[in-house]
Design a protein around this ligand. Structure first.
Ligand SMILES: [Zn+2]
Length: 92
């Protein structure tokens, strides 16, 4: 799934089925993980305060698309999107 910010700091998810980067509506969110500290803090200069996963229930009013999107800081800490995709494909 893709998305972007507008001129503010707010991030918007785009519908993967509709043209022209139509914005998804977020119906709900919840923390499925929220713990103090982060296992990567010993490796990196900047320290994360917590380890988290936030799950978003998203939908497209136009085409009816509905999905769950997660944002976390316990997976990739950098690198490239293509690297993340390759790793996922190898694991599948
Ligand atoms: Zn759509």
């Amino acid at each position: 799934m893709r998305g972007a910010t507008d001129v503010t700091e707010y991030f918007y998810f785009f519908c993967p089925k509709c043209p022209d980067d139509r914005l998804l509506r977020i119906l709900d969110c919840c923390f499925t993980k929220d713990e103090k500290g982060n296992k990567y803090n010993d490796t990196y200069k900047r320290k994360a305060v917590r380890s988290f996963i936030i799950a978003f229930d998203v939908t497209c009013e136009e085409c009816g698309f509905r999905d769950c999107v997660k944002v976390s800081n316990i997976g990739w800490q950098g690198g490239t999107h293509s690297n993340a995709l390759q790793r996922h494909n190898k694991a599948a």
